[in-house]
Design a protein around this ligand. Structure first.
Ligand SMILES: *Cc1c(COP(=O)(O)O)cnc(C)c1O
Length: 509
């Protein structure tokens, strides 16, 4: 933090990242003949000749070429590699909507417990009793947190939860003999929402939002008719704003026998404070990998359990875990079920972490985490707004959206500002989303940051704003201090760059 704010004060193009990463070599290049990190104890049995034990053609002719390095060299090598990338153990990771908060390491230990990690996924029910009890308990805890009657742990991600929700909607409508095709989606919804709706065979219809960022109720009323199957509504929406009229929205949808699906991916704004089930919502997914302590920077695995009201429970995926006295059963015979969504009860390792997190935090702890997320976001919004104005007036929930539109007159775009943050030692925020804000910077500090951490980020934003006015070329060229520079975003995922440009004698490539 100290090095970052010094760089921020200087407003220099140099930054801590350069010296932190330094020249990075392959571990083979660190190898020095005779260096070693471990010595085997002296043999206390007679030595055997490998040629006497292993058939000739399988014997190596030369010893393997392994790096010879000391233990500290190994540790430093891997720590240096870890600094190639940004991660939350390094510093703030304000990637809006993604909730890149610090995940307590103790939950990793539990998920790796041999009693769970060693279980065969096809083990018979009788040998799974402990795990089934734990999964059942997690379902109950999540149902309580969102105010629902039943939960399926099967969806492997938020988007798959949305797909399940739309399958449940279809099954529900069919059971009532209704053939309705339209699902309403506010324009402030998460991008996965319309995709899931289309994927499930429904037709999305966009509802505009008002100047305050909330759903336009008049436009909603005008769009609702007898073809309305339901609504998929992100709450808090992607502007980081709570839909205060959610109960009225739900009542209008219910009046035409439609269902309300809430995208509750960002439950760290709500848990312990308010429950979708109390707002008229029929189905909700929650992203365990965002709110309940699973690291997900590398893209998974995750879990997006769906909670539903009792009237939808018969349609949930099989198998369903049922409690029978002190036994737990996997029940497949559910004639109205939409079928199986995921094998083996979902991504169990992620669910275990969530269970551990919920039990350690307790109800009070979860509420405290939500409050801290709200306070941190509102504090940072005010600090950042001095340089990058907030897109909407009034308080935000767990995240906020600022606009970098003013930087255009210096021929700097929001992506340049985001990339420049990397030089100051922070991850970039989400950019250009939601689409309804020009040059959006979507910032989520999360509940695990201290005030000093937030201040350091705001100072970097201020320094970058000054650079935009005084030396815009520096911002346009960012990042300058990371191992690789500005990449082609599409190509980067297909053709990896593994050479650091600060490596002695390395040409970038
Ligand atoms: C992250 C997110 C999703 C998608 O979740 P995945 O697990 O990435 O599929 C959906 N909606 C919102 C609001 C989100 O933040």
């Amino acid at each position: 933090m100290h090095a970052q704010s010094t760089a921020a004060e200087r407003g220099a193009s140099s930054c801590s990242a350069c010296s932190a990463t330094g020249p990075v070599r392959l571990i083979f290049e660190r190898s020095v003949s005779g260096h070693r990190g471990y010595r085997f104890p002296a043999l206390d049995v007679p030595a055997a000749d490998p040629a006497a034990l292993i058939p000739g053609p399988l014997l190596r002719r030369r010893p393997p070429r392994l790096p010879e390095v000391t233990e500290p060299e190994v540790a430093r090598h891997y720590v240096a590699l870890s600094l190639f990338n940004h991660h939350v153990d390094r510093s703030l990771y304000p990637l809006g909507s993604c909730t890149m908060k610090y995940n307590p390491k103790v939950n990793e230990e539990l998920a790796r417990h041999p009693g769970f990690a060693g279980l065969h996924p096809e083990a018979p029910e009788a040998l799974l009793q402990g795990l089934l009890e734990l999964l059942w308990s997690t379902e109950r805890a999540l149902a309580e947190i969102v105010g629902m009657d039943a939960v399926s742990l099967q969806p492997a991600a938020g988007a798959q939860g949305e797909l399940l929700g739309m399958k449940l909607l279809r099954a529900y409508l069919r059971s009532r003999g209704a053939d309705k095709r339209t699902v309403l989606i506010p324009d402030s919804a998460h991008g996965t929402n319309p995709a899931s709706v289309v994927f499930a065979g429904f037709e999305p219809r966009q509802i505009p939002s008002r100047a305050d960022g909330r759903v336009d109720l008049q436009a909603l009323a005008a769009a609702i008719d007898n073809s309305t199957a339901g609504i998929m509504i992100t709450n808090p929406n992607t502007l980081g704003i709570f839909e205060t009229e959610i109960d009225e929205i739900a009542a209008r949808i219910h009046a035409v026998d439609g269902l309300v699906y809430m995208d509750g991916a960002n439950l760290n704004a709500l848990m312990g404070l308010s429950r979708p089930g109390d707002m008229g919502v029929d189905m909700v997914h929650m992203n365990l990998h965002k709110t309940f302590s699973t690291p997900h920077g590398g893209g998974g695995p995750g879990a997006g359990p769906v909670g539903v009201k009792a009237k939808l429970a018969p349609f949930l995926p099989v198998p369903v875990i049922e409690r029978d006295g002190d036994r737990f059963r996997l029940v497949e015979e559910r004639p109205e079920s939409v079928g199986r969504l995921h094998p083996f009860g979902g991504n169990v390792g992620v669910i275990l972490r969530a269970y551990a997190y919920i039990r350690r935090m307790g109800g009070e702890g979860l509420a405290a985490a939500s409050r801290a997320a709200l306070v941190n976001a509102n504090y940072l919004m005010r600090r950042v707004a001095e340089d990058f104005p907030a897109a909407k007036p009034g308080p935000c929930m767990h995240e906020f959206v600022s606009s970098a539109a003013w930087t255009r007159k210096h021929e700097v775009r929001n992506i340049d500002v985001a990339k420049r943050l990397l030089d100051y030692g922070f991850h970039s925020p989400t950019v250009s989303f939601p689409l309804i804000v020009p040059d959006a910077l979507m910032i989520e500090p999360t509940e695990t940051e201290t005030r000093a951490g937030l201040d350091a980020f705001a100072a970097a934003m201020r320094a970058i704003a000054a650079e935009v006015r005084e030396r815009p070329a520096v911002v346009r060229a960012a990042p300058s201090c990371t191992c690789v520079g500005r990449l082609d975003e599409a190509e980067a995922a297909r053709r990896l760059k593994v050479r650091c440009r600060f490596d002695e004698g390395a040409s970038e490539g």
